[in-house]
Ligand binder design. Sequence first.
Ligand code: SF4
Ligand code: SF4
Length: 404
Amino acid sequence: MSTIESITLMLALVYSTSLLYWSGKKWGALVSGTLLVGATLASFFWPLLLILLVSVLVVTAVGQYRPAFATAEARPNTIREFSQHFFALSMLLVGVQYAINAGLLYAGETPWLMRPDVGDAFLPIAGGIELKAILTLGLWDQNHPAAVVMLCVVLLTGVLCKRAFCGWACPLGLAGEYLYKLRKRVIKAELLPPAWLDWPLRMLKYLLLIALFALVISMPSNSIPHYLSGNYHKVADLKMAAFFLMPSMVALICFGVIFALAAWRRQGFCRYICPYGALLGLVSFLSPFKIRRDSQHCLIETKGMKCDKCTRACPANISVHTQKDIRSDECQACMRCVSACPKKEALQLSTRNGINLSTRGLLIILLTVMFMVPLFAYVGGYWHSQTPDNIKMELIQKLDRIGH
Ligand code: SF4
Ligand code: SF4
């Protein structure tokens, strides 16, 4: 596990444990703390232990001074924004570390900086094929095991807490928010497409998802071992890095479309193009948690007022104030509607039988799933790529000629 991965993982898990402790869930904090320490000890990886110790000290000091995100009074939006920036910073550092590692391989030098395996999260097709290999052949890939681990992590977040991954963790979502705000400074108009155009545009991301799914499904099971041991799969991450660092004309056009969509409307990229968003949108139907409006507390029913603050706060343009349960695949569980509502009990993220999930609870679930699962995968020996550096050095020189 690389330094950046270790630091992020430990900070996130220690922070989620302390959130449990600060919110009075002492038993929850004890269980998650025990799991964390137990898994770290079982890994026999001393940097993880050292960073665990440092993380405990950092989080304790932060809790002592109580910045906005650590206080009980923290507004839901503050906690979400903290989470988004935390993940974005972590992915930025991972990207830098990854680029240095790839640059050294390209120069023919044995990298002194480890490759962060979490970068395999950007290989969803490889992750899908690996999942198929595990399910149909019992075959566990050794070149990019983190790809299937991260695919499962993302799916699990969707089952547990809807598209919270999009609204709370995805760095592209945050970058899109900034692009949109920048555009709004220059062109103030909202520029929303009419409903008859919005729906087919939203379906584009499902078409992309179907295309990716078809790639995975169409690969015959008996060719999977050959694919997983082939050169293309071994350098799939380096090809992906080259796609971003040395983009072709087609790639540049794709980036242009993505930027334009993000700037055009809020969450434009997530809403129209992102296949991960489509996958999570589908999986989110399984989540027991939904935004639910309680008509016994909502000002519309109780006071006959014309309130639509929740709807106006929603970045996904969902008409919250006219519905009882929000089942939309576009809901990112961002809780903006909840924090905009003047009546605390009127709007909650809850199960059908009334179990509420607070902003902190959602963050704890997200951090626990996103970091505890990779930690256990690491401890179980299914995280780090086994492709030797000398093979990568050899293959990176002929990257253009390697196909599948
Ligand atoms: S309905 Fe609420 S939680 Fe869902 S996207 Fe809209 S503001 Fe966010
Ligand atoms: S903001 Fe709250 S009170 Fe107003 S319509 Fe929405 S749920 Fe009802």
